[in-house]
Every structure is written in C-alpha cells, then in structure tokens.
Design a protein around this ligand. Structure first.
Ligand code: ZN
Length: 210
C-alpha cells in the first residue's frame, strides 16, 4: 500500500474507532510502517478528526521527518516494532472494557481473558498483561519490549491494550475483537461458563498462528 493510501486508511480507522466509542478525547494512537520509518498519529490528536496530510512521520530511529510531533506514547509502538519485524501497524486504545479487565484485582496475569470464543483465540491468541508503570516512564517501554516478541497483543494494567498486526486492518480488527471479548468476559462474570478446551485452543493456534 502506498503512503498516500495508508495515510487515508489511518484516518478512516481512527474515525471509525472514535465514532463507536472505542477512542475518546485525545486518547488512543495508531501507527503504521512505511519504507523509511513509521506514520503515527500526532500528540494530543483526536482519532475522530485526523488529517491525512497532518500525520507525524518518523524515521527508523524515531526522529521526526515531517508533520507534528508524534503521540507521547510513540515509545510503546517502537517497543513492539523492535521485537516484531513482521508487524505493519499498531493500535493502542484506552477502550473501556479492556481497561476494566486490566484493573481487576483478581485478574490472572498469565491469562487476563480466558478462551471464550474461537475468534478471540484466532485474532488475539495469548494476551500478555504488563504490570502498571506510569505512562511515559521508560520502564513501561522495557516491560512491553520484554513480552512483545512472544505476544502481538498486550494489555497494560490500569491503562489499555496495545495490539500489533501485519497491516492496519488486521491490527484494528484484532483490537476490536479484544475489546468485545473483554465485554463478553465481564458480562459472564459470576456465570458458569464452558471455555474452549485446551485441545480446541491448540488446534486453532496451530491452524491460525498469530
Ligand atoms: Zn495510553
């Protein structure tokens, strides 16, 4: 996909996420890989009102090439890209249901959301919970880098999800799958549920590696 089209796609998906309440205010950011670096949503920008000609473009070292300064959370994206050479795009949101799971006191750090549906397993697989670090603290970048090689989706405790995909559409759809499954999980709290069995999960992971 050429850069012009990719810029339009970032704005399209940003507005789509905003219009449905998955992003709000100036929360949330999107990045996508280009030949000479990355496009990123600018600092303090609203995902509902992005301009294709006013996105931030940074080089492979994170230096600004054009446009306004990138999101203050650019380091989250760069930590993921550094560990995932096939990642083409990353979405980070403060979406309500995923954040709700991330603040639960009894959440299982090995499996913050259990395998409720096949599509959750196919699009997210094994979600990593990253312990709380203050936004912007370098220790958060280190914590994300530590798990990003093994997980394309991470949930930052008391903060929100960061999801990588081979392209922007994949990253957005996986983020939406995570948010809706978090909602489903919270709806089912207190109910007796039948999770996918370990062999059913293993068969999906083998057929649809993430
Ligand atoms: Zn954030």
């Amino acid at each position: 996909m050429n850069e012009t089209r990719l810029r339009e796609e970032i704005c399209y998906f940003g507005k789509s996420l905003f219009d449905r309440g998955l992003a709000f205010g100036s929360a949330g950011n999107i990045s996508a890989r280009v030949d000479d670096g990355w496009l990123m949503t600018p600092t303090n920008s609203c995902l509902g009102r992005l301009d294709p000609s006013a996105l931030s473009k940074v080089d492979l070292q994170g230096n600004l090439l054009s446009g306004p300064q990138p999101t203050k959370e650019a380091f989250l994206h760069r930590s993921m890209y550094a560990q995932r050479s096939h990642t083409g795009a990353i979405v980070h949101l403060h979406s309500t249901y995923s954040v709700a799971v991330s603040v639960m006191a009894d959440v299982d750090p090995q499996q913050p959301i259990p395998p409720l549906t096949a599509y959750y397993v196919m699009k997210i697989g094994k979600l990593a919970l990253v312990p709380y670090h203050a936004p912007g603290d370098p220790s958060l970048a280190d914590a994300v880098r530590e798990v990003a090689g093994r997980h394309h989706a991470v949930l930052l405790a008391n903060h929100g999800p960061v999801v990588a995909g081979k392209d922007l559409e994949s990253a957005v759809y996986a983020t939406e799958e995570l948010e809706q499954t978090a909602k489903l999980y919270l709806l089912l709290r207190g109910e007796k549920v039948k999770l996918l069995a370990p062999d059913e999960v293993a068969a999906l992971v083998q057929k649809y590696p993430s």
